[in-house]
Write a new protein. Structure first.
Length: 171
């Protein structure tokens, strides 16, 4: 028995919807990972390094920090008391939402492609995770930059290194 045109069109529509959802999931996970990496840098720059530490020692500290989980990094910063209460609260929520996205979202949203009314709230939640992760990344990166400038590093040196990294990373 051949498939009807309506059934085929429905399968195509569901496939396109799944592509949209999974693209957003990927972007949200990517942004959460960027924010997590920024927390690792924040720890190294604010808590671990000292002026004149050297590139090799600094990179070793960063590698160690980057091997830790998002929640573990946040816990250390919370314990150190160097995050604003706003950042602490927002990061805590982001860790919870990131964990939901990675560990529970698929299970909790089985059948979503058959229930169109559940799609928009799911996409909105995923998009919010991505937006919040990006906003926190930018805010924390700006704090790191200010801290480094206040420690005596010329802003032009930071700008040159940022441009080099952007080129290397393809941004």
């Amino acid at each position: 028995m051949s498939e009807s045109l309506d059934d085929f069109e429905l399968r195509v529509a569901r496939s396109q919807l799944l592509i949209q959802i999974l693209t957003r999931v990927g972007y949200a996970v990517w942004q959460a990972a960027e924010c997590e990496d920024t927390l690792a840098h924040y720890i190294v720059i604010r808590l671990r390094s000292a002026q004149g530490i050297g590139e090799e020692a600094g990179l070793a500290l960063l590698e160690k920090a980057q091997s830790r989980t998002f929640g573990n990094l946040l816990h250390e910063l919370r314990t150190a008391g160097i995050l604003s209460s706003d950042h602490e609260e927002r990061l805590s929520k982001l860790v919870d939402e990131r964990n939901w996205l990675v560990h529970r979202a698929k299970r909790e949203n089985r059948g979503v492609l058959n229930d169109i009314e559940r799609v928009d709230p799911l996409i909105a939640r995923i998009d919010h995770i991505a937006d919040e992760a990006l906003a926190l990344h930018k805010s924390l990166a700006a704090e790191i930059e200010e801290f480094v400038v206040d420690s005596g590093v010329d802003r032009s040196v930071i700008d040159v290194e940022a441009a080099r990294l952007a080129e290397t990373w393809g941004y």
